[in-house]
Design a protein around this ligand. Structure first.
Ligand SMILES: *Cc1c(COP(=O)(O)O)cnc(C)c1O
Length: 367
């Protein structure tokens, strides 16, 4: 079976290096907020080209803490997409702010600028831009429109590790960027972890207080924060895995290129190609199909696992049906949710497995 992720197929040398990293932490006797985290924060800031990186418990907390560091909360509106991981919207709600859901551009699945414009009100404070599936696009345009309307741009980079636009990395365009290192992300821990990046020292300081109960110096609490720290074990493991990220990203791109060159099936549509060679890191390779469920069943019977990202857009999730959204509706998100399907695209796939996926997709016929 060609799996969507296959951690057990990772090289023995990687496993060995991770075990060594864990042993180093155990030997140090220091498990939370120590040298391993400091080192990994520095490494990640360098990778992103930002001056600060603050390790947190997970990607959802990264978004919430970024919003709270920016003093966004009750009474404020934050525009984001309905076609995202539920965590994006839940983080906005947890910050106390009101999410306003905008529609997507159907050719990419990314937040539509036109729809976002229709969502702006006098209370709008920020846009949480989700680099869905690993794509970043039109960042100059996003910066311009946010500037023009006095909105803060926050990037949800949970799927776009080091995706590049015009030579700059995801997370370095907005006032703050939020990363997740959930195991299945392009860079993943062996549990939950996340990171905030920013160029503004005061925001970095506030975020690092917020992740630690709002503590400024030991046992002094200048504000009400949360407990959301990136543990030493995960930081040490992430440092090891970071060394492989460039090669793993290159492998994802090679697989994606093979799909783009060789998937030919009138019933299966590819999303738009990336605008720049490095502006997509293929966290997910998503196609759309008029009969998505039949395609999934066909692929399964040909030994290919698939997932759906996402079958239900946020505005149709039960606790979110009353959220405000684009007054024109969210039809593109609904259509995309009903037709999208993700093909396996991970660094452990070998050429034979890539071939299996291509042949299985090409042999699909609508019933
Ligand atoms: C995974 C993900 C998150 C949440 O990250 P966690 O680490 O699971 O909390 C947020 N936004 C997007 C777009 C994601 O893909």
């Amino acid at each position: 079976m060609v799996l969507m992720n296959d951690f057990r197929a990772e090289p023995a040398s990687l496993r060995h290096a991770m075990l060594e990293a864990v042993a180093r932490v155990l030997d140090s006797g220091w498990y939370v907020l120590g040298q391993e985290l400091q080192r990994f924060e520095q490494e990640w800031a360098t990778q992103c080209g930002t001056s600060h990186a603050i390790g947190v418990g997970n990607g959802m907390d990264a978004v919430e803490i970024a919003l709270r560091a920016l003093d966004i909360g009750p009474g404020d509106e934050v525009i984001t997409t309905s076609m995202t991981a539920f965590a994006t919207v839940l983080a906005i709600i947890r910050s106390g702010a009101t999410p306003i859901l905008a529609d997507i551009d159907p050719t990419t699945g990314l937040l539509s600028i036109d729809s976002m414009r229709r969502c702006i009100s006098t209370r709008t404070k920020a846009v949480v831009l989700v680099h869905l599936y690993g794509q970043i696009r039109a960042m100059d345009e996003w910066q311009r429109i946010c500037d023009r309307h006095g909105l803060m741009l926050i990037e949800d980079c949970a799927q776009a590790h080091l995706s590049e636009w015009d030579g700059r990395k995801a997370g370095s365009f907005g006032i703050m960027g939020a990363y997740s290192f959930y195991p299945t992300k392009n860079l993943g821990a062996v549990g939950d972890a996340g990171m905030i990046v920013t160029n503004i020292a005061q925001l970095a300081e506030k975020a690092s207080r917020l992740r630690n109960y709002g503590q400024s110096v030991r046992y002094l609490h200048s504000e009400l924060g949360l407990n959301s720290r990136l543990d030493e074990v995960h930081a040490a493991i992430l440092s090891v895995r970071l060394k492989l990220l460039p090669a793993y990203t290159a492998r994802r791109r090679t697989i994606a290129q093979a799909y783009m060159n060789r998937i030919h099936n009138g019933a299966v549509k590819l999303l738009a190609s990336p605008q720049e060679p490095n502006s997509h890191v293929y966290h997910l390779f998503v196609v759309t199909c008029v009969d998505r469920d039949a395609l999934g069943a066909h692929l399964w019977s040909h030994g290919v696992q698939t997932f759906i990202h996402y079958p239900v857009p946020v505005h149709l999730q039960e606790p979110c049906v009353n959220l405000m959204h684009d007054p024109y509706g969210l039809r593109m998100s609904e259509q995309h949710a009903a037709s999208c399907i993700s093909l396996p695209c991970h660094p452990q796939m070998d050429d034979g497995e890539v071939e299996t996926v291509i042949e299985a997709v090409n042999s699909f016929r609508v019933g």
